[in-house]
Design a protein. Structure first.
Length: 664
């Protein structure tokens, strides 16, 4: 897990100070080493350089001014092969292929063995070198052989191109800037903000989606104008001679979209295979040369990972876990959101070493600027702070790799919104007996019959009554009184677009939550929080391609059954999870006492909004917001009030960044 950056100019040489500033902004992602590559792409001359944190000797990057028009930079978090042999940028033996890479290819051992059969040899024990040799063997199709998470850029001197790629589901980030003079890329947007030619401008469309639709990064251009996200499952080639940029989608997740009758014999077969795939996915993600721990909320997903690791430890000692598995939980004194009692059941059954953190509103205010800075852009809720504190706790206790259950709600169907579409699917297929059984089975679910009916009605209105949708949805379900009038008038069409594109089938919904609507955003939160504390987060449910593809081939009746969410997971973990966990009906999610926290800080919120009124007046109705806060109206929409605070503080941070750049 690392930070990568690069800068190319086809008109002039690039100043090495620029790439140094970019990698300095990513130092938290890789405190163990740093390295640089400078290339004259016209003369095809390559210079390897170092920085102050480099673990190898070489030429200081600052001395290369005027020698190159392509600069690559890397900050390393050493996880596999801790020796200087893992230094990046890394090359092949002939030094005509170079890579900067962030991520983990979990099947690198198997791939290395396969590549050896083709005559390739290896100088290191890193997965980085496996990517290089895989590129030599399969070219741009090498990514189809990877199981894991990645964002990398390869400089191919032979073809004079840059080849870059991002993993299938967006575990690792990749952002870039492209105009008629420069191409720049980085793991985080904050690195691109350091470039002197980049003008920081806010994208009003993204602000509207964030406040009104609760949506983040649904399009390539996000909160900053002209910073683009390379979407998951995409690769690109930049031809350094012809100056052409081409990107393409190398992977599409297949999914099964037909209704089938439930079959208990098939269930046994499916459950057995899912169990095997979960164990294999977790086992591969325990490959590490640094200490490993696990996140534990007390929900099904994180509990599954903790219990599977415990079963693996019964058969084999894993040195980097130690005698007892370390697990980390965010806890609260508010029973409505606290899941400690569930986490304790798992801890007691596995004899793990339990670490707890107890975030509160005063600590949130102390950390809020740090949190917003490292998240890069405004985010969804204060639950991100709870995750921030878990990562901090793990770092304080010597852990550098954390396994987490992110992705479980997407692949095993854990969200409430899945239920109405599941019921609609039964109606569409005329399965009224199944519908009746599932209606009775709702007693086993976290949702009510009323919720299912209301949500199904809303979805039906959205799809069928387009003529009245503008009024019903724009005026009732998506209130906009806090949005500045001009911004609202310019972007109100986005509400209709969002509703129109909302999935209409159960399988399509799971697919979109996995590939665009949900998971990518959650993975961004996790990446920034873990990297803030130089921790590698590993998510077997979010990137193990064999497990994910198998689950997406299963019919819906094995995912929700008799009202149970995550039915196939519950069956799979029979005898592995403690029964109280396996039979949990409620779903708290990764929550905080957000509404109470914000109410307690009402005066602070008003002062923050007033202080920054000039910065946000083009996006928000400042006077209306302050009035609603004073009258306690807006606190019923606690997610909205948090987004207002977050956006306001983020805008203030942008002003400071601009000011620093102008004074340099």
């Amino acid at each position: 897990m690392c930070g990568i950056a690069g800068l190319f100019s086809h008109i002039e040489t690039t100043d090495p100070k620029w790439i140094k500033k970019m990698t300095n902004a990513l130092a938290h992602r890789g405190p163990d080493d740093e390295g640089f590559l400078a290339v004259d792409t016209k003369k095809l001359k390559v210079y390897q350089a170092i920085g102050k944190e480099s673990k190898i000797s070489g030429i200081p990057v600052e001395t290369l001014n005027g020698k190159a028009n392509l600069l690559l930079g890397h900050r390393r978090l050493a996880i596999i092969d801790l020796s200087p042999a893992g230094h990046q940028p890394m090359s092949n033996e002939t030094e005509d292929i170079w890579i900067v890479y962030n991520g983990e290819i979990y099947n690198y051992i198997e791939l290395r063995d396969e590549l050896r059969t083709f005559g390739y040899s290896f100088r290191t024990n890193t997965d980085t070198e496996v990517i290089i040799k895989a590129y030599e063997r399969w070219g741009v199709d090498c990514v189809n052989h990877f199981n894991g998470m990645w964002a990398f850029v390869i400089y191919d001197k032979r073809k004079n191109i840059l080849f870059g790629s991002r993993d299938r589901f967006g575990v690792k980030p990749f952002y870039y800037y492209l105009d008629n003079k420069y191409f720049a890329f980085a793991s985080e947007m904050k690195a691109l903000l350091t470039l002197p030619f980049f003008d920081i401008k806010v994208n009003g469309k993204s602000v509207f989606k964030y406040i009104v639709l609760f949506a983040e990064e649904l399009e390539e251009e996000g909160f900053y104008r002209n910073i683009l996200e390379l979407f998951p499952s995409y690769s690109f080639i930049l031809d350094l001679k012809n100056l052409t940029f081409r990107k393409w989608k190398y992977y599409n997740l297949p999914y099964y979209d037909k209704y089938e009758n439930f079959d208990s014999d098939k269930l046994k077969m499916y459950a057995q295979r899912v169990r095997e795939l979960i164990f294999e996915a977790v086992r591969k993600r325990l490959r590490s040369d640094v200490p490993i721990g696990t996140c534990l909320s007390g929900g099904l997903d994180s509990s599954t990972i903790v219990c599977v690791i415990n079963k693996l430890l019964e058969k084999q000692k894993i040195e980097k876990i130690g005698e007892r598995q370390k697990v980390f939980t965010a806890s609260y004194y508010d029973r409505k959101v606290d899941e400690s009692k569930w986490a304790k059941i798992v801890v007691d059954s596995t004899s793990t070493e339990w670490f707890q953190t107890f975030p509160n509103e005063d600590e949130l205010l102390e950390d809020i600027n740090d949190l917003i800075y490292y998240q890069d852009i405004p985010f969804g809720s204060t639950s991100i702070y709870a995750q921030y504190r878990v990562m901090k706790l793990a770092s304080e206790n010597g852990v550098k790799v954390l396994l987490d259950g992110q992705g479980g709600d997407e692949i095993f169907t854990g969200y409430a919104i899945y239920y109405p579409l599941f019921f609609m699917e039964m109606i569409k297929n005329g399965k009224f007996l199944d519908l009746f059984k599932e209606f009775i089975g709702l007693k086993n679910s976290p949702v009510s019959a009323r919720y299912v009916f209301v949500q199904a009605l809303k979805i039906s209105f959205a799809k069928l009554l387009s003529s009245v949708r503008t009024y019903i949805f724009r005026k009732i379900f998506y209130p906009s009184t806090i949005i500045a009038n001009d911004l609202y008038e310019d972007n109100k069409y986005l509400i209709d677009d969002y509703i129109e594109k909302f999935p209409s089938t159960f399988s399509e919904l799971i697919y979109q939550y996995m590939t665009s609507l949900s998971l990518k955003t959650l993975l961004r939160y996790e990446d920034r929080n873990s990297m803030r504390f130089s921790i590698e987060a590993r998510t077997p449910f979010a990137d193990d391609i064999e497990l994910i593809e198998y689950l997406f081939r299963l019919p819906s009746v094995y995912k929700i059954h008799n009202g149970w969410s995550k039915f196939i997971l519950r069956e799979t973990m029979n005898g592995i999870l403690p029964e109280p966990i396996r039979g949990r009906k409620d779903k708290i999610g990764f929550q905080t006492p957000e509404s109470r926290w914000l109410r307690n800080k009402k005066n602070w919120i008003i002062s923050i909004i007033r202080e920054n009124g000039d910065l946000i007046k083009d996006y928000l109705d400042v006077q209306k917001i302050v009035k609603d806060i004073r009258n306690d109206k807006i606190f019923d929409q606690f997610s909205t009030i948090w987004r207002i605070i977050n956006f306001t503080l983020w805008s203030s941070m942008n002003k400071k960044i601009k000011s620093r750049k102008m004074n340099l």
